[in-house]
Every structure is written in C-alpha cells, then in structure tokens.
Design a protein around this ligand. Sequence first.
Ligand code: GLU
Length: 281
Amino acid sequence: MFRTRFAPSPNGPLHLGHAFAAVVAHDLARERGGQFLLRIEDIDGARSRPEFIDEFFRDLEWLGLPWDGEVVYQSRRLDRYIEAGEALKHMGLLYPCRCTRAEIAAAATGSGPDGPVYPGTCRGRAVDPEGAAWRIDMARATALAGPLTWVDELAGAQIAQPERFGDVVLLRKDLPASYHLAATLDDAADRITLVTRGADLFAASHVHRMLQALLGLPVPTWHHHALLVEPGGRKLAKRRGSPSLGDRRRAGEDGLALADALRAHRFPTGISLCGGLDSES
Ligand code: GLU
C-alpha cells in the first residue's frame, strides 16, 4: 500500500509552509490510491504542547486534508527507540559525547542537517556516559553498511553520503532518540512508502538511509518538496510575523480555497517556493 505522512512537531503552530507540506503529502496519497498518515513528532516533551496538537487537527480539517487511520504519537513509542539505541550500542557504533554547542561550533568542519558538523572530539575518548548524548561513529557505520543508494522522486537517484554530515547525535542526552533515529524508525513502523517532507531535510535522508541499512529496515522512496520562503529566501516562521493557520482560520479565511491556492502554487504576495525541484511553476 502506498503511504505518505505529514509529521509536524507540536512546538509551535502550523503556518503556510506546513499547509503546503500537508497538501503535497495528502494529494500524493490520494492521486496514487494510497493512504496519508498524520504523525505527531512530540518526542521532545519539554518543547511539545498539547494545545498545538489540537490546533493541528483543526487546521488539517479546515484545509480539507483528512488523514487515514489513527494519529501516531512519537511520545508513545519510546520503548522502540530505546531498543534500537541499545542494538546500535551493541554493534559498537555509538559513543557518548558531552561537548557543548559552543565547543562544537568552535571546532566544526562544515554544516549538516543538525547545524555545525561535529568534528569527532569525543570519539575514542573515555567519556562518562551518564547523562551524555550518544553519537554514531559514522566512519565505522558506513564501513559496516557498505555503499548505499536512495531515490528522491524529484531529484533522482542518490548515492548515500552520510559521512558528509559527521557523527550525528542518535540518542539525545535527555531523550532516547534524536530526530534522525525516531523519524527513521517511525517511517518503517508506519510502513511509509514515500517520505514526503521539505527540501531542508534532504541531507538528513542520507543519514536515514544508513540507519535503515544498519537496523534492517525497509527503504522507502523520498519526495523532498520545495519550501515556501519570504522575500530574501528565509523560511516562513511565526516569529517573523508569518500568520499561523489558526490565525487565518479564526479570521474567517476559507481553508479549502487556501489549499487549492497552494496546489496551484498561488501564494500570498512576497511568498515563493525555493530549494526544491518542484519550485519552477
Ligand atoms: N517534525 C519535522 C518538522 O516539523 C518533520 C520531520 C519529517 O518530516 O521527517 O519539521
């Protein structure tokens, strides 16, 4: 069964960029006779707020984007993440790290899906694992996984190059998974066949492809769509005054008409698509 998903994090309200992502995932599922899943990425309990989740449901209904089946919550899947983390530790692929953000930024060797690329400072060091984050030893992992490929249906066939992004965190110091581990495990558990998300997460897919190989998970196809940006090319953000979907709904805007406008790539003044291969219309 063909399945896509929309996977918002309830750490803020949805805005137009999220509506576009949801339209893309919903419509691909409908066009191909498949299912559209809604997954709430609420693993980060400190930043997640239940009132945003209620708003997500209302926003999707208002846009006319019904999801199929039960809503999935990451916060109910912590056991799975712990189990996979233990398996990766047993494979000798994770090491604890206590570096601070500032230390990493000062020594970084480039930038990747999580920001500055970690230079490997704690790799091979005796670090107290209590309360530490756990990083993947990318050189060991890629040697074990061997050459890997993946397919983005817009960008075409890709050779997986997770090593470009360094030893990313897989288990956060406060949580049994990072975004990379949780999203990869969830897409497998939810039997997602087409991972639809913004082109800003393209680099992360190199890492996710490797995790699939290490953990013996099925390999989906990806669809990284272009992002909605403000003049100057910055992603839409509530903090820069982009109204939330809830604001628009409460102001009486027609959600079905808005979804249709997004489908037709008709955006409010100043907003355009950027950064993906579907941005040319
Ligand atoms: N939870 C992420 C977000 O809100 C999306 C992650 C994904 O689609 O893989 O941006």
